[in-house]
Write a protein that binds this ligand. Structure first.
Ligand code: UT7
Length: 329
């Protein structure tokens, strides 16, 4: 039957850094509070005039360069995002144009922080079914554009960035993306959302005045569900593949809060050293967190040929899920 494997990864972070000290000047917070409650020290901000497809394009180029294929070999683009350049066209189409490609399917998926996990699973199905040989999965976010920099509950958490992976076909059996567990629960939607700007509450003077175009969040309630769903996702995938936790070399988690990752580690009985953590540098970049972490882990030598790794995330929707990957290039 063959397999879908990760042929290359790439990431791109805008240069501008927003530190905890900078935020101390903007809202009533402190470096000490942010560091101890979240693990975040700084995050990146996309400059005005640039947009998330620019970040996604740069990450895609790096992923393709890191793979065995050329740009023109890409047969489909799946873009995970909740911060598209605009309502439409899709960011998948924007990135297609920037890559100089044409006449291939390109689309966005909206699964918030779990978007890349969902994207890899969609790509796996197309590739394993031999419909397409090379699919670009890219996650790019400008969370700064949805952030209310007068709201200390959210503004300390978020950042901008992009990550990408080329998913390709190999004749080899049982390698690459072995499978995924994905799920969602719409009943929790209001725990994390942007009230205005959609068809329910289109932009008006009033929506802008009430700051309804910014992200609203119930932090403590989300925290608990995040720990529970990320733990369940890892356990579900281990069970599906009849694996023991010792079989996993590295877990690449969504980077929302270091305390969430620590609690998942404790629940699973898997030491924190087996989790790849870069939250201190970038904060929560929604769908981009997992592919940026995956790319850094691979480039830093934290993932070796043949390793079994798990990616895991949760996010608005609420959505959650995990991919099981045998790392063989
Ligand atoms: O990708 C999914 C996105 N979201 C998440 O994953 C968020 C999950 N939740 C969290 O990470 C945490 O709940 C937060 C980091 C958002 C908040 O941490 P917490 O430990 O749950 O704090 P809290 O909301 O219970 O607030 C504790 C205190 C409150 O003060 P009082 O009422 O005890 O006096 C807050 O007003 O901390 C205060 N606080 C802050 N203080 C300084 C909240 N935010 C800040 C801040 N700086 N930035």
């Amino acid at each position: 039957m063959g397999s879908a494997f990760i042929n290359g990864t790439g990431s791109y972070l805008p240069e501008k850094v927003l530190t905890n000290r900078d935020l101390e000047m903007m809202v009533d917070t402190s470096d000490e509070w942010i560091t101890t409650r979240t693990g975040i020290k700084e995050r990146r901000i996309c400059p005005a005039g640039k947009c998330s497809s620019d970040l996604g394009y740069e990450a895609s180029l790096k992923a393709i360069e890191n793979s065995s294929i050329n740009v023109e070999d890409i047969e489909m683009i799946i873009c995970a995002t909740i911060t598209p350049d605009m309502y439409f066209p899709s960011k998948g189409c924007m990135i297609q144009k920037k890559l100089g490609l044409n006449n291939i399917p390109s689309f966005d998926i909206s699964a918030a922080c779990s978007g890349f996990i969902y994207g890899l699973e969609i790509a796996r199905n197309f590739v394993e079914n031999k419909k397409y040989k090379n699919i670009l999965v890219v996650a790019a976010e400008c969370m700064s554009r949805l952030t209310d920099y007068t709201d200390r509950n959210t503004c300390v958490l978020l950042g901008d960035g992009a990550g990408a992976a080329v998913v390709s076909y190999t004749e080899k059996e049982n390698t690459g993306i072995l499978g995924s567990y994905i799920s969602s629960s719409g009943k929790y939607g209001k725990l994390l959302y942007v009230p205005a700007g959609g068809s329910l509450l289109p932009a008006s003077f009033e929506t802008v005045e009430k700051r309804l175009h910014f992200m609203k969040m119930e932090g403590p309630a989300l925290f608990k569900i995040a720990v529970q769903t990320m733990t369940e996702s890892v356990l579900a995938i281990l069970k599906d593949f009849n694996l023991k936790k010792e079989d996993i070399s590295l877990i690449v988690p969504h980077q929302a809060n270091l305390r969430i990752i620590s609690s998942v580690s404790k629940n699973l009985g898997i030491p924190l050293e087996k989790f790849f953590i870069n939250i201190e540098k970038y904060g929560n970049m929604s769908a981009a967190c997992v592919p940026v972490a995956l790319d850094e882990a691979a480039r830093e030598g934290r993932i070796k040929q043949g390793d079994l790794i798990v990616t895991v995330a949760f996010g608005a929707g609420l959505t959650w899920g995990a991919n099981l990957i045998r790392w063989e290039k």
